[in-house]
Design a protein around this ligand. Sequence first.
Ligand code: ACO
Length: 325
Amino acid sequence: MVALRSVVVGCGSSLPARVVTNDDLARRVETSDAWIVQRTGIRQRHLADETETTSVLGIRACRAALEDARLGPEDIDLVICATSTPDHTFPSTATQIQAGLGIHQGAAFDLQAVCAGFVYGVATADKFLTTGSARRALVVGAETFSRILDWEDRTTCVLFGDGAGAIVLEARESAGTRDDRGVLNASLRSDGRHRDKLYVDGGPGSTGTTGHLRMTGKEVFRFAVGSVTDVIADAFRLSGTSAEELDWFVPHQANRRIIEASADKLGIAREKVVLTVDRHGNTSAASIPLALDVARKDGRIRDGDLVMIEAIGGGFTWGAALIRW
Ligand code: ACO
């Protein structure tokens, strides 16, 4: 059977130059390198300077992804930007990225699913591409969480970083088997009853301010390990694959303990887990494409590999997608 598949043909990323270590943060709030590393695995994060907005980081990541794919702006007819830290309330950051790249055709829009945004973006682009509504999509996760952190709150400010990552997806004819390249399936979930466990206490429609990130860390941790693995089990079941066949597990990079506990629960060997949280911190929707780009560029992810991406974010929203690279 001939079917359309969304095949990854390029990836790229962008990190601000400024690196902030745990010791740097310990000079600002009462914390320590030992506490942060033991609880989260984070050793450093990159933080944007005032010129580096979300769209600036997103444009750089998309340029790198286009170069990797050997494509130009004329080849793209869909731009989806997953972000919770848009440059402006409107227009969307996706349209700013589109303009910055010189893309004048197709559609561009933002997608808001917090840390699960990139998985939601891949799932959404996949629908456009496999139904013939678009031919090539840039899916970018771009964030400047440093702008919405309460820098007096040590329970949250040590966890996050800034950055952007992008992939190019191309619709290609495929025999449609699990061995053919492309997105094999994606499974998305949300449950708004959990909204007050991880949220921003402001917004244009409520306070008229941007607000700051607030989180009940223990409850997020419990949910992330306890409930989120359902989408991963779904992805294996729908594709007829298993944890043993997986080459790489590239989860949202929030916390090393959450990642390792989830992998253990699913029977995914630790050596198959791509970890970047130590270097990047939690960059929300950007964390998965940043990690994909690291593992692609250092030679771990190769064409034909079976790659699982997975994330949970505020809402809660969560999801997983299985990709034959
Ligand atoms: N430095 C030093 N001490 C701290 C810090 C800090 N940065 N932050 C909190 N503490 C203190 C607390 O005040 C508390 O002190 P007390 O016992 O005197 O009251 C003590 O450390 C323990 O605090 P807990 O909140 O119980 O620590 P816990 O072991 O739960 O770890 C953490 C906190 C790391 C946030 C953990 O709950 C966690 O990882 N949760 C998951 C949340 C997460 O990763 N969110 C990312 C965003 S969500 C997402 O991306 C989907």
